[in-house]
Structures are given as structure tokens and as C-alpha cells.
Design a protein around this ligand. Structure first.
Ligand SMILES: [Zn+2]
Length: 432
């Protein structure tokens, strides 16, 4: 009898230790269940952007992209711990910003061979409003949880809907919604969080985090530094897990080595799980599942992949196209009143000799214009050609076939003043 008791106690301890030492991110299951609905989730690169064209578009993004955040805290009246303080939420957002902008104090722990990959992603998060505290009588509102507990079940997504005992997200594509609560996926391992990829339905869009994983906090658990949120926001910006959610799979990022599956705990460099990798797993990346204290960086490839969401037609482009915050900073101090907008670019007629003839570009006529200044850059070089046009159209000659160009137009007004340049227009010169 005594022996049996010892075994039972031991088994309980094993379960507890496992729960504390392992991480459970629900985004993979989420992808599998919703993959077919989400045509956008593979990223902008597969939508006809060549690698070079994408690079150029990325170069034109603001150095810092601002994401306004709306936080919903769902707490049960019996649980003081679930009512995460505003101060802790702010500390969590600060941690998120440090991680995304390579300002985390532990970045120095990255092993030498991986240091050249460390990225400052230039993405900044800011609480748009005071956190929204939703006192919830979960027992009353709960649907039918499959584990019988007093929690928000991920498969029901009840945390995201008021009618199900949660809180409706802010239905505005200019905000990142973050829900914090007592979540579960019915498995023994505590679910720490999950996020939606770009392209998901607006009402579900955002990130959900287990309330104890909000940090940094004094907890001794593997998730005490607030990096669950860093990881889940990575998903929200279209990053996959490093192992591509399959054995030695591909996450689509050029500079992250393949690895067999999720790493747990705090691995020691070098740690090899797939053949053919020079330095082994990049287990210190935020998109692995190691302890918070062991995850330290995003890579350049992940940065570009995340930022590609913000270019025109990208999954998160609404943040740049619609955000008053970004718009205000972009427009600050500019003389935009007379800035033209490029409306059309098309192939000019072929010359009689059949030589390369160039393109014709048209822009909106500005009343106050006496003439326009046309600025043409050959991308990849510092060469800039300027020409003057009296009309709102110009034929571009002597372009190098196959090369990429950026063009922008400025209005010269009666008093000789120049407007701000139009939004740069990118195109490739083709042979006629
Ligand atoms: Zn994940």
C-alpha cells in the first residue's frame, strides 16, 4: 500500500514537472484546422513578388512600424491572479518591444555563429487604450467545455466572444487584439497561447495568452519572461514554427536552419537534430518552444517575412494604409498639398526600329503646377536622373531592359516651390 502511494505521488510529480518544463503553443493545431480557409497564410512572397521586387518594397517601409494594441483581460471574480494588473500588462508590452527590436538584455547569450542572424525587426507595439477588464462568470456563460473545467476552451474560441462569456475583439484592422485568460485546449500540458495568421476572419484575429504566461513575472515556470506573447505575435505576423510543423520541415525562412521538432527546456549549443546543418538548431529563436529564458532572437529572414505583411497587399498592410498614427508620423512636416499621384504606367509604342522604347507614366494633374520634376532612380545604384515635364505625363527612354526603377514626381508651383515627392512607383523596364 505504502509503495503504491509512493508510485502515485511520483507519477503526479512527473506530470507536474512536465507541465512546468514544457511549452504548448496551440497555433499549429489552429493552422491545421483552418488551413484551407486561409489562402493568405503562406505569405506575400508567393503572391507574385519576386525576391528582388519584395526586397525593394521592404526597403521603402518606414524604419519603425507602429502597431496599436488592445488588451482584453478576462478574469473570474474568485481569482485575483487572473486580474492581471495594468502595470504588468505594460511591462509585458515593454518586453515585447525589447524582443522585437533587439533590445533584450540577454541577446548577448546568442552563440557566436548565430549572432550575424540577429535582427532588429523595427516593429513597435503600443497600448492604444487602457486594458479592457471583463469580469466573467464563466460558469454561467460557458458552452460545453470538453474538460469540465472553468476555463476558456480554445476549440470553442469562447474567449473572443461576449455572448460566450468572453470579450468581443475590437473589430478594426488597425489594432492587434490580445486576449488574456484562463485558457485550455483540453490537454494535460497547459496551453500557453495561440495566434491567428494574417487572412483569418476579423472577429477571430489576434493573439490569446494564458494569464500566468503574462510577464515578466516572478513565477519559476518556463514561461516567466513574457515571451509567449513574443512567439504568438510572431505567428500573427505570419511566422511558422522553426520546424515547419513537420519532422525537419521548412518554415519558409531562408536563414533559419531546419530542426526535427520543437525544442524544450534550455538546450546547450550546439544541438543537432537534422542532418546537414552547419551549427545545429537555432533553438534560441523566439519561434522555437524553449524556456522563456532560453529564447533570445528573431533572424533577418524572419524580420523580412514579418515586415512583408505591411507592404501593399500584405496581410497586415491595413496598419500602414489606415493607421492614423503611422499616417501622422509619415506626413509630419511634409508639404503634401500639391503632391501628385502616379496613376498609370504603360508601355510606350515600339519605335520603328523595334528597339527598346521605354514606358510612359501619367500622374494626376495639379492645378497649381507650372511644371513637374520627374525623379528616376535605377535601383541598386546611386544614380538618379531628373527631368522636367510641363504636362502630367512623360515618356521614359533609355531605360535598361530588365532593370528595376523607382520613379516619383514633384510639383513645381508658381512661386517655384517644390511639393513633396509622390509615393515612389516601382517598375521593371522590359524590352518591347
Ligand atoms: Zn507557436
Amino acid at each position: 500500500m505504502k509503495r503504491k502511494l509512493v508510485i502515485i505521488v511520483f507519477l503526479c510529480l512527473v506530470v507536474v514537472v512536465q507541465v512546468l518544463a514544457q511549452k504548448n503553443c496551440g497555433t499549429k493545431d489552429f493552422v491545421e484546422s483552418t488551413f484551407e480557409e486561409m489562402s493568405d497564410q503562406k505569405g506575400i512572397i508567393e503572391k507574385g513578388n519576386s525576391a528582388l521586387a519584395l526586397k525593394l518594397k521592404l526597403a521603402l517601409l518606414p524604419p519603425v512600424i507602429n502597431i496599436p494594441v488592445w488588451v482584453h483581460v478576462l478574469y473570474h471574480p474568485d481569482s485575483a491572479a487572473q486580474k492581471i494588473s495594468e502595470q504588468l500588462i505594460q511591462e509585458q508590452i515593454d518586453e515585447l518591444n525589447r524582443d522585437f527590436n533587439k533590445q533584450n538584455a540577454d541577446i548577448g547569450q546568442v552563440p557566436l555563429p548565430f549572432r550575424k542572424l540577429e535582427a532588429d525587426c523595427g516593429i513597435h507595439f503600443k497600448l492604444a487604450h487602457a486594458p479592457d477588464y471583463v469580469k466573467t462568470q464563466k460558469r454561467v456563460f460557458m458552452l460545453k467545455p470538453n474538460d469540465g473545467s472553468d476555463t476558456y476552451n480554445r476549440s470553442e474560441e469562447s474567449i473572443k466572444f461576449k455572448d460566450c462569456g468572453g470579450a468581443d475583439g475590437v473589430a478594426d484592422t488597425r489594432y492587434l487584439n490580445i486576449w488574456i485568460g484562463n485558457i485550455t485546449d483540453g490537454k494535460p500540458l497547459q496551453l500557453l497561447g495561440y495566434g491567428t495568421y494574417p487572412g483569418h476572419q476579423d472577429a477571430f484575429d489576434g493573439v490569446v495568452i494564458y494569464y500566468k504566461a503574462i510577464g515578466p513575472n516572478a513565477d519559476k515556470s518556463a514561461w516567466n519572461r513574457g515571451r509567449t506573447l513574443t512567439h504568438e505575435v510572431g505567428h500573427w505576423l505570419n511566422l511558422r514554427h522553426l520546424w515547419g510543423d513537420s519532422e525537419c520541415g521548412d518554415d519558409g525562412i531562408f536563414d533559419t536552419p531546419r530542426q526535427a521538432g520543437p525544442n524544450q527546456g534550455s538546450p546547450k549549443f550546439s544541438h543537432f537534430t537534422c542532418p546537414g546543418q552547419a551549427y545545429g538548431d537555432l533553438f534560441m529563436d523566439y519561434m522555437d518552444q524553449v524556456d522563456d529564458s532560453a529564447m533570445l532572437m528573431f533572424t533577418d529572414g524572419q524580420r523580412d517575412w514579418m515586415r512583408s505583411n505591411f507592404i501593399e497587399s500584405g496581410g497586415r498592410s491595413s496598419f500602414l494604409l489606415q493607421s492614423a498614427f503611422n499616417l501622422a508620423s509619415a506626413l509630419a512636416g511634409r508639404n503634401d498639398q500639391h503632391t501628385p499621384v502616379v496613376t498609370n504606367l504603360h508601355d510606350a509604342q515600339s519605335s520603328a526600329q523595334g528597339d527598346f522604347a521605354g514606358k510612359k507614366i501619367t500622374w494626376t494633374a495639379v492645378k497649381a503646377a507650372t511644371q513637374y520634376k520627374v525623379l528616376i532612380n535605377l535601383l541598386g545604384s546611386s544614380r538618379q536622373k531628373e527631368s522636367i515635364s510641363k504636362t502630367a505625363t512623360v515618356k521614359l527612354n533609355h531605360l535598361k531592359p530588365g532593370s528595376l526603377y523607382q520613379i516619383s514626381i514633384q510639383t513645381v508651383t508658381v512661386d517655384g516651390k517644390l511639393s513633396s515627392p509622390s509615393t515612389p512607383y516601382l517598375f521593371q523596364a522590359t524590352k518591347q
